[in-house]
Design a binder for this molecule. Structure first.
Ligand code: SF4
Ligand code: FES
Length: 198
């Protein structure tokens, strides 16, 4: 077992675990958006940041990707972590002003507005890619993809057309942290799939 500390608490973890996995096993909460235990982590949302300290030196790392190591010292709620987390939530709020789930999460961390330019007021998708990973790694359908680049990036079927590969299982809707996938699902599965599912 690997021994290290989170918030001054002694933690034991299996080799290969991430800091987030070890924290969850110990009942220590770290907020996440793009993480789900059923799929590989991607580090897309950055919300799970924690502070890794060594003497006077420290750095912020993404806990869902950072592996545990003997003797490291982690803080999940330090001033530095809170600042970075608030900044990330402001960025996400500006990207997705239309998500009530995101607003509720941000408010929990004291973020009720954003200094960044607001995007489409209807937008709910934070492009975390969780729906794509579940469809590929758990369902095995590969019906979803990230389409386009930069500010034009979107989640949908290939070429943003209904996908024949979609089995209308709804797993993507279940894992979506912002509610965005509910509105996108009909675009992915197409009308024939909707009739079959009824
Ligand atoms: S639709 Fe939901 S799960 Fe998919 S990328 Fe957007 S926010 Fe993430
Ligand atoms: S939960 Fe770790 S980067 Fe999103």
């Amino acid at each position: 077992m690997i021994k290290f500390k989170i918030n001054d608490q002694e933690i034991s973890a299996q080799p290969g675990w991430t800091v987030l996995e070890a924290a969850r096993q110990a009942g220590i909460h770290i907020p996440t958006l793009c993480y789900h235990e059923a799929v590989e982590p991607s580090g897309a949302c950055r919300l799970c940041v924690v502070e890794l300290r060594e003497g006077d030196w420290s750095k912020v790392v993404i806990s869902c990707m950072y592996p545990v190591a003997e003797g490291i010292t982690i803080y999940t709620d330090s001033d530095r972590v809170k600042n970075v987390r608030r900044w990330i939530l402001e960025m996400l709020l500006s990207q997705c002003p239309g998500s009530p789930e995101l607003k509720t999460l941000a408010a929990k961390y004291g973020v009720t507005g954003t200094r960044f330019t607001l995007g489409d007021p209807e937008e709910q998708c934070v492009l975390c890619g969780l729906c794509v990973r579940v469809c590929s790694q758990v369902v095995g359908a590969n019906a979803l993809a990230t389409v386009g680049r930069g500010v034009h990036k979107e989640i949908g079927g290939a070429y943003m057309k209904p996908s024949e590969a979609c089995v209308a299982c709804g797993s993507c809707v279940t894992v979506c942290p912002t509610g965005a996938m509910s509105a996108r699902l009909d675009r992915v599965r197409g009308l024939s799939k909707i009739e079959q599912a009824r």
